[in-house]
Design a protein. Structure first.
Length: 551
């Protein structure tokens, strides 16, 4: 049943942000998912529920960064260095996660920070970070599909990888072109598989460490004593070498956590986003941090940092996983196949979520006039299908790995994704801080917000400064005498000139200006939120009271 409420002016998705905000002039309608307070929600199908949002966030962060990348972190930093690296980045990434959740609870539109930068910071930043994210997805999509294809080699090495790239690519396109609910259910299932695998691997690790494995060897903390908790990185002796090894693990940790902020990208397709997105932000971090920290701790107990399989293993399959190495050492033979199967779903799942996130970012850019209008086209199922098809074309880049070393291509693209994630996190914190101080300037109480994130603005400040330092030092090894590497330098720093060229180029051409603190349309969106209250969460009954994953 329809009832009157408040909507933005029909000058665009946000309304006319340069004039006054008479939000009383337009009424909205309600559909089965609740109020349609923003124009684009009339076109996009809201098929994502709370369980989808929370499990999608888990699916986007638990994957090759943990199952495979953690071995590289142990080699470079030792068990203690890897543990500290993953823990500290997990703490720092809370800043952008809770910041984007607060912004999205107030302005729940597709595109996430790209849309918020438009009205709270500078349209040029919206353009720059939006296309920077698109560029990141252009390289990450073929990387994940290539990884999935190479992983299948574990069982069918006699079949050309090009066949698997084609099959996985077509499945990925199908899940995104049709109902968004299909996407949500697929990611939900994949996330459950990953969680079951992690719980099982940690239980296995605990049993092996305690001497319950087939070899009955009690590992304890023997590898923390020999070869030691830290590694003298690059052969540099003393505390400096150990510190550099620890610092290097940040790159692996950043890649592992990249994507945790994407809970807001499909906000317009999320039911009750003002309630569900903050819930996901508050709970997802602790679950991911516990999974990662506990897993890295056990891996450090089971696999020495100088293990030959970690140092010289090839490919991106299960053979590089420290969990597989630990199980093989203990005489457990079935684990490699199990891990390979779940890592396969992880790689395809990452490509699946990447295609959805990139298409929604492109759709959001088009709505704001930062991309061609054709990307605004939506199917009768409520899917921005032109944006999906355009981004899916870059899956074809995966065929390049047929002539080059797939593991080399994957490792290089992994570094590019890590740097792009840092840039995105910095932008999120920067936009949020601008929003926060605009509220103070206008005398608006944070109590008026649909949800206010804790420890602000301190967490955003600490995270942004830390990420800037990590960005500038990401390729520090190339500046050490005798360690120059062209690929490392390019992958570590190429994003810095890209983001500045995009920002200042657009600013020069379009003559955009930074939005003054006193003119940011915060009260406009607060009035929209107040006029469109979301229904309360349904009470937990039965087994749902015990559900700690998505309830």
């Amino acid at each position: 049943m329809s009832r009157p409420s408040v909507d933005e002016k029909k000058h665009g998705a946000f309304g006319d942000v340069k004039n006054d905000y008479d939000v009383e002039t337009v009424t909205t309608v309600y559909d089965e998912a609740g109020p349609i307070e923003f124009e684009e929600k009339k076109e996009l199908r809201r098929g994502l529920h709370q369980r989808h949002i929370q499990m999608i966030a888990l699916a986007g962060t638990i994957g090759t960064g943990l199952f495979l990348g953690s071995g590289r972190a142990i080699v470079n930093g030792g068990p203690l260095g890897a543990l500290l690296g993953y823990f500290l980045v997990g703490v720092l990434v809370v800043g952008p996660v809770i910041s984007i959740a607060e912004l999205s609870a107030l302005v729940p539109l597709s595109g996430g920070i790209v849309r918020h930068a438009e009205v709270f910071f500078d349209p040029a930043l919206s353009f720059a970070n939006g296309w920077n994210n698109i560029y990141s997805y252009m390289v990450s999509l073929p990387a994940e599909i290539t990884a999935a294809a190479v992983i299948v080699d574990f069982w069918a090495a006699y079949i050309n990888n090009g066949i698997w790239i084609t099959i996985f690519g077509l499945l990925l396109i199908a899940s995104n072109v049709f109902l968004v609910r299909v996407y949500g259910e697929l990611e939900f299932i994949f996330a459950l598989l990953k969680i079951m695998l992690i719980v099982g691997l940690n239980l296995m690790s605990l049993i092996i460490v305690s001497g319950g494995g087939p070899d009955h060897h009690v590992y304890g903390a023997q590898y923390w004593r020999n070869p030691g908790p830290l590694v003298q990185y690059l052969g540099i002796a003393g505390n400096l070498g150990r510190f550099l090894g620890f610092w290097t693990t940040f790159n692996n940790a950043v890649y592992a956590y990249s994507g945790v902020e994407t809970i807001s990208l499909a906000a317009a397709e999320t039911r009750s986003p003002r309630r569900n997105i903050p819930i996901a932000a508050k709970r997802i971090f602790w679950r991911v941090a516990i999974f990662y920290v506990m897993s890295i701790f056990f891996v450090g107990l089971l696999v020495p940092s100088n293990d030959d399989s970690l140092l010289h293993g090839k490919g991106v399959g299960a053979a590089r996983s420290p969990f597989v190495i630990a199980a093989t050492r203990a005489g457990i033979k079935i684990v490699p196949s199990i891990i390979n199967a779940v890592v396969l779903t992880s790689a395809w799942s990452a490509g699946n979520s990447g295609l959805l996130n990139s298409s929604r970012t492109l759709y959001g850019l088009a709505l704001e006039g930062r991309a061609p209008k054709i990307f605004k086209r939506v199917s009768r199922w409520g899917i921005p299908y032109v944006a999906v098809i355009f981004m899916s074309l870059f899956i074809c880049l995966g065929f390049m790995s047929l002539s080059a070393g797939a593991s080399t291509v994957f490792a290089w693209l992994q570094d590019l994704v890590s740097v792009a994630a840092l840039v995105n996190w910095i932008v999120i914190c920067g936009v949020y801080l601008r929003f926060y101080y605009a509220m103070k300037k206008q005398g608006i109480s944070r109590e008026r917000l649909p949800w206010k994130s804790p420890f602000q603005p301190y967490w955003a400040w600490v995270s942004s400064i830390s990420f800037i330092i990590l960005l500038l030092t990401g390729g520090y090894t190339t500046f050490i005498h005798g360690h120059w590497d062209n690929e490392t330098f390019v992958s570590s720093y190429i994003n810095i000139p890209i983001i500045f060229i995009l920002y200042f180029g657009y600013k020069f051409i379009k003559k955009t200006k930074i939005v003054p603190l006193a003119e940011a349309p915060i009260m406009h969106f607060i009035e929209i939120a107040d006029a469109n209250p979301e229904p309360p969460a349904p009470p937990k009954t039965g087994w749902r009271r015990l559900n700690i994953l998505w309830s």
